[in-house]
Write a protein that binds this ligand. Structure first.
Ligand code: PLP
Length: 404
């Protein structure tokens, strides 16, 4: 079978192997603790579900305009303006089938063969693959764990070449939970403008912030619009991962290009989901606040628990629903170093029936991505298993406890 170069260039999801191994254990009725989830464990709020049911009953089940129904485009720009301080017109907004679809479309609308896209590691697994699919060149820039993985404008500027077209930023970030400070966003925008690069801002976790951090969009900065593209998602904020709802905010020419791609691929995002999304964006933020209260308590418990494990070093992430500890200073079993996180992940699943994702999948070996999108009771159980696994070995270095 001669498949396309495009498909041969890309890898399947790096988390698939862990997922398959977990499914095998579950099929044997084994009590697996899952610290893998990339989605909130709460149901879609009732008022959103009811709006979808209403849409079906009212026969809103036909094709819609490719970019989504106008009331939804209007609602998306209003929501973004109200909660994140931007000022887009509905025609600069395209509704997509999820944030991932938005990112995929934007990258395919802008990237020509050999164009470079700057990606900040640790990165979300799909960025490099999307860029490769578009025949672009992913250029990975490591951020500093000592600096909480905050990308710095000065470092970005040094990496820009004449082929650089896009810089992808993701704040709060998956997997690190890092929130980019507003002044760093401003500095990044300045560099982008000076060097004529687009900042593609993935705001999937925009409202998952804790402590002093506040939801923030680079699009709210003065004169940002010409160099900024926003990929937004309703998946996590409104517990709607399965509905596939996201949107793109971009200068008119780019929105039109995204629309063109979309009209020749999916025609339109699902009509019913669009009416659910309309209710989500117009129906208030009470359910979001409630969920965030729970996430905040879980995050603290997870951090406290991890810090009690010898050799585990964990910076305090200000956002998302992941923690990203460095376990290279641990050991397990008969003194095996925890630095090989692909192996650690496998052994944790085999011995403790605990699912975590290796940092290797995100360009950061030596780390584990641990999701706290699960109940407090499962967090307690998982921490107990994690502690038992690592305490079985002696820490191999003592300095690691201050790193990362
Ligand atoms: N961006 C990041 C960083 C993510 O973690 C995810 C999902 O896990 C997405 C985008 C895509 O979300 P969706 O396509 O469900 O809107």
């Amino acid at each position: 079978m001669q498949l396309s170069d495009r498909v041969n260039r890309i890898q399947p999801s790096a988390t698939l192997a862990v997922f398959n191994a977990k499914e095998k254990l579950l099929a044997q009725r084994i009590d697996v603790v899952d610290f893998g989830p990339g989605e909130p464990d709460f149901p879609t709020p009732d008022h959103i579900k009811k709006a979808a049911i209403r849409a079906i009953e009212e026969n809103k089940t036909k094709y819609t305009p490719s970019g989504g129904v106008m009331p939804l485009r209007q609602a998306a720009v209003e929501w973004h303006a109200k909660y994140l301080g931007s000022s887009y017109a509905p025609k600069e907004c395209v509704i997509n089938s999820g944030g991932k679809h938005s990112l995929f479309n934007v990258i395919h609308a802008l990237i020509n063969s050999g164009d470079e896209v700057l990606i900040l590691a640790p990165y979300w697994v799909s960025y490099p693959e999307m860029v490769k699919c578009a025949d672009g060149k992913p250029v990975v820039l490591d951020t500093d764990p000592e600096d909480g993985f905050v990308p710095r404008a000065s470092q970005i500027e040094k990496a820009i070449t004449t082929r650089t077209k896009i810089l992808i930023v993701n704040s709060p970030a998956n997997p690190s939970g890092t929130v980019i400070p507003e002044e760093e966003f401003a500095a990044i925008l300045e560099v982008a403008k000076k060097r004529n690069v687009f900042v593609l801002s993935d705001e999937c976790y925009s409202h998952f912030v804790y402590g002093k951090a506040r939801p923030f969009s680079i699009a709210s900065l003065p004169s940002a619009k010409s160099n900024v593209i926003i990929s937004a998602s309703l998946s996590k904020t409104f517990c709607m991962t399965g509905w596939r709802m996201g949107y793109t905010l971009a200068p008119q020419e780019i929105s039109d290009a995204v629309l063109k791609l979309q009209s020749q691929s999916i025609s339109n995002p699902t009509s019913i989901a669009q009416y659910a999304a309309l209710e989500a964006l117009r129906g208030g933020m009470e359910s979001v606040e409630e969920m965030l209260g729970q996430f905040s308590r879980r995050r603290q418990r997870m951090l406290n628990g991890l810090r009690e494990i010898p050799g585990v070093a964990c910076h305090e992430p200000e956002g998302s629903f992941y923690v990203f500890p460095n376990v290279s200073g641990t050991s397990y079993g008969d003194g095996v170093s925890g630095a090989d996180t692909l192996q650690v992940t496998k052994e944790l699943l085999d011995r403790e029936h605990l699912v975590v994702i290796p940092g290797d999948a995100f360009g950061a070996p030596g780390y584990l991505r641990i999701s706290y999108a699960t109940s407090m009771e499962r967090i307690e159980e998982g921490l107990m298993r994690l502690g038992r696994f690592f305490r079985a070995g002696k820490p191999v270095t003592s300095t690691a406890a201050t790193r990362g």
